[in-house]
Design a protein. Structure first.
Ligand SMILES: [Zn+2]
Length: 354
């Protein structure tokens, strides 16, 4: 079954983790043996061959770079301009992968339809389609930079990531969107970009919902009902998103799936982290919506963690192919399952780009 994963940090892995994603997952793991600079060394789950094996033929792929003030302990760049340059390096890698026939950038309906057709064909070594998104908007020095990004194919943008940002407050911080946030939202509407509500703290989330009238989705978020953390959506937030025709992408990061996860200590087996928990979150959103039209897949499987912090019944991204059967066991019909694995987000794009 064709899968559309709406949140992967592919170029971050290439440029900061130094992973050549053209290689099989096993070869990347082999090369990282003994490395200790990142917690997920040797445990990666994503590469192009694994995506092809799992029929993950389309993704939303990020550019990501944070700006931090002197007082901010999070890792990040010391100026917005450096953050911008980092995202441009990431973009250059996507372009190089396009030159190799590994990826293809999707920017409009025509490109989308052509790509979906290609994935129905028998062609070997199909390119992975990617829609460019910016996770955290700190690298946008001023609105002229956002225009340039849009021209380069940027189609979605999340104002914040972790901590306080230039345009909004993100996960684990508290605050609103301010004058700059409002200016950004206006520009997002003007360019018909998709606003990604993932990572907005509660105050910034609700201020954004008041100020913003354009298309909104959440690429990688789960339900606060199951894990009580500000990174997760409350039922009120989920209802607001549903009412705005949003689709919410389900993440496979263990700490968001089970309560009391301790990074670097907890173990997926010990904590019972499985793909079933993703299905619990899917089911909760479908029950809130009264249909299966508002949930999709946004795994974040390469977002700074690997098998040490993911479901233990997933070895690589190819195992996303287990999801249809899990949904089917819960009584989801074939068309429900197709909605969740790709159609909801595809329909969203058709509506916004049409
Ligand atoms: Zn994220």
């Amino acid at each position: 079954m064709f899968i559309f994963d709406v949140h992967l940090d592919l170029s971050m892995n290439a440029m900061e983790w130094n992973r050549d994603l053209r290689l099989p997952v096993s070869e990347i793991r082999e090369r990282e043996k003994g490395m200790t600079d990142k917690p997920d060394r040797g445990n990666n789950t994503v590469s192009f061959p694994a995506m092809r094996e799992g029929q993950v033929g389309l993704c939303v792929a990020t550019q990501i770079a944070r700006y931090v003030k002197k007082s901010n302990p999070l890792p990040g760049w010391h100026s917005q301009h450096q953050a911008w340059a980092q995202t441009q390096g990431q973009l250059a890698w996507y372009k190089a992968m396009e030159n190799e026939g590994e990826m293809i950038q999707i920017m409009d309906l025509e490109g989308l339809d052509n790509h979906l057709q290609l994935w129905q064909s028998q062609q070997e070594h199909k390119p992975i389609g990617y829609i460019l998104s910016l996770e955290g908007a700190d690298s946008i020095v001023d609105m002229g930079y956002l225009e340039r990004s849009h021209e380069a194919g940027l189609r979605a943008i999340g104002p914040a990531h972790y901590g306080p940002g230039i345009y909004a407050h993100g996960t684990d911080s508290v605050g609103g969107i301010g004058v700059k946030g409002r200016e950004l939202l206006k520009k997002i509407e003007e360019l018909n970009l998709i606003l990604d509500a993932t990572h907005l703290c509660d105050m910034s989330f609700w201020e954004t919902m008041t100020a913003y009238n354009g298309p909104v989705w959440a690429s990688h978020s789960l339900c606060r009902k199951f894990v009580d953390h500000n990174r997760q959506f409350t039922d009120e937030q989920l209802k607001e998103l549903i009412q705005r025709e949003a689709v919410i992408g389900m993440v496979l990061d263990a700490w968001m799936m089970v309560p009391n996860w301790v990074r670097g200590k907890s173990d997926p087996k010990g904590m019972g982290v499985t793909l079933e928990i993703m299905v619990d979150n899917i089911d909760h959103i479908c029950q809130l919506a009264g249909n299966t039209n508002h949930v999709g897949i946004g795994t974040d499987l390469d977002g700074g963690f690997g098998t040490e912090q993911g479901p233990y019944d997933l070895d690589t991204i190819a195992d996303l192919q287990k999801i249809p059967e899990l949904l089917s066991k819960r009584g989801y019909t074939a068309s429900d399952i197709e909605n969740i694995t790709s159609q909801n987000y595809l329909n969203f794009l058709r509506r916004v780009w049409g």
